[in-house]
Write a protein that binds this ligand. Structure first.
Ligand code: SF4
Length: 187
């Protein structure tokens, strides 16, 4: 499929790409799923006071913005992070809350990208955190580099003519909203 669009990629598309490249291709090019999909799980809220206390405990006392919109013209991505603490005598911070208490590669890529996007916007160092009931996961420098690399890889893949090969096990396909039209499940 030829794509004539050139617009900032939603961070969620890169996140989906990390989870399943074919899923990201369908989200970008394909029909709207009739059921809730990977990127459409309901958002859980972390109480703003709790977010503030967590960020303070982690050493971030800058002004906090809830649902901070980030647009990065250099990377060509846009998104909205749950909480952003502006730099204040030290690095700023982004905090993604996962209310289901789990995270994997896709959530790490998402939060790593928000961290890099915040660094570009503020021209300052930022730390990235995934927070859930099970604790706090700190994003590494290597993960930030990998997040940036995946932006370019994801854009190439979703602008390709066919859904790219997923390269993951089939357990993921069982509940996928694109299963009926995807050429890859069942292998
Ligand atoms: S069916 Fe499987 S391979 Fe196809 S988009 Fe869904 S998760 Fe990816």
């Amino acid at each position: 499929m030829e794509s004539s669009r050139y617009e900032a990629l939603p961070v969620n598309i890169v996140k989906e790409y990390a989870w399943c490249p074919a899923h990201a291709w369908f989200s970008w090019n394909g029909p709207k799923p009739v059921l809730p999909g990977f990127s459409r799980v309901p958002r859980g809220n972390l109480d703003p006071l709790e977010a503030k206390l967590i960020l303070e405990r982690l050493g971030h006392r800058g002004h906090i913005i809830m649902e901070a919109v980030l647009e990065d013209e250099v990377l060509g991505v846009r998104g909205r992070v749950d909480y952003l603490a502006e730099p204040d005598n030290g690095p700023g911070a982004v905090l993604e809350y996962k209310f289901r208490g789990i995270w994997g590669d896709a959530e790490i890529v998402q939060t790593a990208l928000y961290t890099v996007m915040a660094e570009h916007r503020y021209k300052a160092a930022f730390k990235g955190y995934i927070v859930s009931v099970s604790g706090v996961r700190v994003i590494t420098e290597e993960e930030k580099r990998e997040g940036v690399r995946l932006v370019y890889e994801a854009r190439r893949a979703i602008e390709g003519p066919e859904p790219p090969e997923p390269g993951h096990d089939l357990a993921r396909c069982r509940a996928c909203v694109y299963r009926r039209i995807c050429p890859w499940p069942g292998r």
